[in-house]
Design a protein around this ligand. Sequence first.
Ligand SMILES: [Zn+2]
Length: 282
Amino acid sequence: MKRLLLGVALALGGAPALAELPRTEPVPGGLVTVRLAPTEQPPPRVFLAEARVMVLAHEGAWHAVVGVPLTLEPGEHRLRVVEDDDVREVTFAVNPKEYRVQHITLSNQRMVEPPAEDLARIEQDHFVIRGVFERWTDVAAPPVRFDLPAKGRISGNFGLQRFFNNQPRQPHSGIDIAASVGTPVVAPAPGVVVEVGDYFFNGRTVFIDHGQGLVSMYNHLHRVLVAPGTPVKRGQRIGEVGKSGRVTGPHLHWSVSLNNTRVDPLLFVSDEAIRQFARQKM
Ligand SMILES: [Zn+2]
C-alpha cells in the first residue's frame, strides 16, 4: 500500500513526501491532528487564531498538526483553512487535563522576584525568545519523530503548575532532564540552529528550527557548541548540560513549540526511544 502511494506521489511529480504524524493528545498543552483535503490538491494554509499551523501529507490526505495552547479552554475550537481562494473553518475538540502542582525552593531570591535592574534584560530576553517561537520556515516534511536530547532522569514533566518559594509562576513549558554538568546535549531531530543566547531565567540556550513552526529550545547549558545558521543532523552535539539561569541543580530544560505554542515534547518521542532511554539512564 505504501509502495502504491509512493508510486502515485512520484507519478504526480513534485508531490508531497509521505510523513509520519506525531502522537496526539487533544488536551491543553497537547497535539491535535485534523484530516483535510486529499494530497492531489495543493496543500491548504491553516491558522489557529493568527498562528500558521503545520500541514503534513499522510496516507493520501493533508493533515493539520496543531499545538494546543495550555491556556485553551476545553471544548470546541476552530481552525481557519485556506484552500485556493476558499476559506473555511474546521472544528476540533479539546478535552480537559489536570496538571500536577510542583513546589520549587530557590535560595536565590533574585530568580523569584527579580529586582528592577534585571527587568529590562528579562523583557529583552522575552522579546528575542518570542521572536524565535514565531518563526515560520517552509519545509515540506519537517521531522515529527524526535530522540531524547540528553541522557538522564526526567525530573520535571511538561505542564506542572509551578510555585517558586510558594509564589505561583508560569506552568512548566517543557521537560527537565537531570544530568551532570558536561553531559552531551544532541539535536533530537534535524534542523537549523537559528538562535543562541544567554538569558536571565533560561541561561545559555540553543534554538533549533525544524520547519513549519516547529522549534525546539535547550536551556541552562554549560557550553554551547553551535552557532546560528548551523544545520544540524539528528544526534549531532549542540551543547553540554549545565546550570546556567534559574535552576536548583544541573539539568536540561527542553521545550518544543508548534504554531508558537509550547507543547509536551514527549509527544514527539517514540515509545521505543523512551524505552531505550529508560534502559540507558544513569
Ligand atoms: Zn524546566
